[in-house]
Design a protein around this ligand. Structure first.
Ligand SMILES: *[C@@H]1O[C@H](CO)[C@@H](O)[C@H](O)[C@H]1NC(C)=O
Ligand SMILES: *[C@@H]1O[C@H](CO)[C@@H](O)[C@H](O)[C@H]1NC(C)=O
Ligand SMILES: *[C@@H]1O[C@H](CO)[C@@H](O)[C@H](O)[C@H]1NC(C)=O
Ligand SMILES: *[C@@H]1O[C@H](CO)[C@@H](O)[C@H](O)[C@H]1NC(C)=O
Ligand SMILES: *[C@@H]1O[C@H](CO)[C@@H](O)[C@H](O)[C@H]1NC(C)=O
Length: 458
């Protein structure tokens, strides 16, 4: 293509002859006039030609979900067999499985679903430039750092230990016992409601006046909270996108969590990337990551449930803060899927198809950002965020910065945040800051605290 474009006309500054082929070289000195003429002719036909090319490209790359089963599955939904497996230096294994045969293929609403391979997008306003200005960014996950990613046409799946799998199974049963151990969204603003579930929160929300949201995002510090009872407890930082009430509560959730019991054998004390969804208020429909048919992954580099690079409070105290240990997360409704599309650090990771949902098909009514702990006892010595109180500020306290929402016209807006649920401010607190200037963190908040077994945290 390149060569054939360079004909006689190359000597004409600015001549736009993208659509000419080498046969047009004979045009010779009449080039300028003909370029004008030909441009007129081709403007009409090029649109059609581009459409044809796009269609050809699409059918070449079209990938359809296909449910894989074999004798080992015993009827349970499963991924297809790995095309390649990688050992990561933290001792974990990542299996690269064919993108068509991911577990989502087993969802009844996704039979023959054509996977939407999306272009990487810069959803977070001018951040790409900010990042480009910084040198040699290291990928926050070891798999991508050490192996680059899965071969094209496959996606990475974190291999779970048998114990973790059993925990996942028990977790499913616990949903039915109305004591969810995973991230539960705070709901209608009250810390009392949060307390009913036995979870501890420090959470902020978007202004309800907007009504309908088409997405949310933030840049997260990635911290190392201490887990007092590693056999049970977790501590997390996430965002919630929700719609509906009661049993019709639907959510899209994403963030990091330190959950040693779920990540045995894989850096258990490190924060792990997670996504989550429910369409029945956590009663049984929905799950973490790729543990059940739902989320459709398209990225061949990001590992859901894989650990993240992070900075501990001790390191922050030494002023060893590392911007590489931040991740930017955004989720935006994409009507072409249709579904909720997840980007992490400007890479499209995948999406939650609208067909998973009953109330979250096209827009959300609630957005929340913040920290949460599932305690095994109250009080607990599990910390939230970095373990520092918000008053410690940067770089000691955990934060989410550049908190944005997308309005129904898909315009990203600095979120005018309000306090939504703080279970016990003496223990885990939130402080909201609005710089008004996106380059200067925009809307942001510090959150967290040390927890403790004394009376302050009862
Ligand atoms: C939230 O609670 C308040 C007071 O209980 C109530 O008036 C309001 O309608 C509730 N909002 C939603 C979205 O349920
Ligand atoms: C948290 O408290 C428990 C006792 O409830 C204790 O066994 C554990 O060592 C403590 N952990 C930390 C990190 O302080
Ligand atoms: C919500 O769903 C659960 C589980 O399906 C059911 O037990 C419960 O009765 C439902 N609650 C309401 C208010 O419908
Ligand atoms: C990820 O994005 C955050 C926020 O923009 C940035 O600070 C960090 O350096 C990025 N990391 C990589 C590996 O691109
Ligand atoms: C929690 O944070 C808020 C906002 O920064 C502050 O006004 C309040 O005093 C804090 N509460 C406690 C108990 O520290």
């Amino acid at each position: 293509m390149e060569a054939s474009r360079r004909g006689v006309c190359d000597t004409i500054p600015g001549a736009r002859i993208r659509h000419l082929y080498s046969s047009w070289v004979v045009i010779g000195t009449y080039c300028i006039r003909l370029v004008i003429l030909v441009t007129i002719i081709f403007v009409g036909s090029s649109q059609g030609r581009e459409l044809t090319q796009a269609a050809t490209a699409a059918s070449r790359h079209e990938r359809r979900l296909e449910a894989y089963t074999d004798s080992r599955s015993n009827g349970a939904p499963m991924h297809g067999p790995a095309v390649q497996s990688f050992r990561v230096s933290d001792g974990s294994w990542v299996d690269c499985i064919p993108i068509e045969q991911q577990i989502a293929a087993h969802h009844p609403a996704l039979q023959d679903h054509i996977i939407r391979m999306q272009e990487s997008s810069s959803t977070h306003l001018n951040l790409q430039q900010q990042n480009a200005d910084r040198q040699s960014l290291l990928h926050p996950q070891r798999f991508a750092r050490e192996h680059g990613g899965c071969p094209e046409g496959s996606i990475p799946v974190q291999r779970m230990s048998t114990d973790s799998k059993q925990l996942s199974l028990r977790k499913q049963q616990q949903y039915h016992r109305r004591h969810p151990r995973h991230s539960k969204h705070v709901g209608n603003g009250s810390a009392a409601a949060a307390n009913d579930l036995g979870h501890l929160y420090a959470v902020v929300g978007a202004p309800e006046t907007v009504g309908a949201y088409a997405g949310a995002g933030a840049i997260f510090s990635v911290n190392g909270p201490v887990i007092g009872d590693p056999s049970y407890e977790f501590s997390l930082s996430q965002l919630w996108i929700a719609a509906g009430n009661g049993n019709n509560t639907n959510t899209v959730e994403v963030g990091w969590q330190t959950y040693p019991a779920l990540h045995q054998g894989d850096n258990p004390l490190a924060p792990h990337l997670f996504v989550y969804w429910t369409s029945d208020d956590y009663h049984g429909i929905g799950c973490y990551n790729l543990e059940c048919p739902g989320f459709v992954q398209t990225s061949n580099t990001w590992v859901l449930g894989g650990s993240l690079a992070y900075t501990t409070l001790a390191e922050e105290t030494q002023n060893e803060f590392n911007y590489d240990d931040e991740i930017s997360i955004s989720v935006v409704f994409d009507s072409t899927i249709p579904g909720w599309s997840l980007s992490i650090n400007e890479t499209n990771v995948g999406y939650w198809p609208s067909s998973l949902y009953t109330t979250l098909q096209t827009s959300a009514d609630t957005l929340e950002w913040g920290g949460e702990i599932a305690p095994s006892t109250i009080p607990t010595n599990t910390s939230m965020g970095s373990g520092a109180f918000p008053s410690a500020g940067f770089p000691l306290a955990a934060y989410q910065r550049n908190v944005i929402f997308y309005d129904s016209a898909l315009t990203p807006m600095n979120a005018d945040l309000s306090l939504l649920g703080v279970t016990n401010a003496n223990c885990y607190n939130v402080s909201i800051q609005q710089s008004g200037d996106f380059a200067n963190w925009g809307s942001y908040f510090f959150f967290g605290g040390p927890g403790g077994l004394d009376s302050a945290c009862v």
